[in-house]
Design a protein around this ligand. Sequence first.
Ligand code: SF4
Length: 367
Amino acid sequence: MRDYWKMPLDELREEAREKTLRQHGRKVTYVVNRNANFTRVCNVGCSFCGFGRRPGTKGANSDRIDEVVARVAKTPWVTEVCLQGGIDPDLPPEYYFDLVRALREAFPWMHLHAFSPMEIDSLCAKADCEPEEILSKMRAAGVGTIPGTAAEILVDEVRRKISRNKLPVARWVQIVRAAHRTGLKSSATILFGHVERWEDIRAHFDVLRSVQESTGGFTELVPLAFIPYQNRLGSMLARRAGSMGVLEERIRKRAMRLYPLARMVLGEVIPNLQTSWVKLGVEGAVESLGWGCNDFGGTLYEESITRSSGGKHGEKMEPDEIEAAIRGAGYQASLRSTVYGPVKNRFSLVKKSCHPPAREHLVPRIA
Ligand code: SF4
């Protein structure tokens, strides 16, 4: 067996490109989705985060449920809503269930991709119950899958350095396994390009492999490059590196090796590898299709988490922009559901809705 961790970069990328073509041909998928970040209040204080606001500080707001519903109503053509927020100590568990029910009722055709393991952990503490109970109730209320965020690097020593109040690795794994057992699949993520070493990334991949081999519940791996511009960790690392430019270059180099490694090391067990235009930019995301990625991610209407850390690549892409980027790189663009299935005729779904119709120019394209 070849040691991909030590392989020269050119060789590794070529192997990853060929393996991706064997596994997926020239098809590159994407999803029409939006975010609905319902609270910025957070008492966790991760050093890499520019989104969360300490309770009582400027901008520390939680939305009313009707405000979230009204925002989602602006994009009735999406097939997925990703619900994530900070950890607001004052938001009761009922808020989360009511939010899910309200969205389910208003937009029955949308898949709800909701609540990270950190949010589930905090709900368990608030409701004094086990993850299975929260997750089963979430599923019954209408949650379809959960985001596998809050993973950062699944090595406790690294977590203590970048987000010491976050749930430990064992708890993250426990919650993700419980979700998969409950019938809620999840994404898997990794936040890279900060203080982690390659051996930490290797350990992270080992954790993901072990979960996937027993549950089969990960739909995809989503590597997330660290955005260093408006957070404590970024300022510290830029100072240490000598300049922000040097740090940016390090993150870019790490991405160039991490994506092909993920394809080669985890491709058999987690075949879908998602790039991130919001982190890498459209050009970088297109380039990564030649490094092992087979999924372009989503339209991400209302992206605000990366922007809050100073992300420079915008808050949304329209479906036709994504398709043009994919086709421009010589691949076939293919619309997918959250769980990588086909998307039914969304035009009829939009017509059935009692909400304002989708923008005319979008409807025929995605019908
Ligand atoms: S990453 Fe999430 S948990 Fe950490 S500070 Fe930001 S909002 Fe809070």
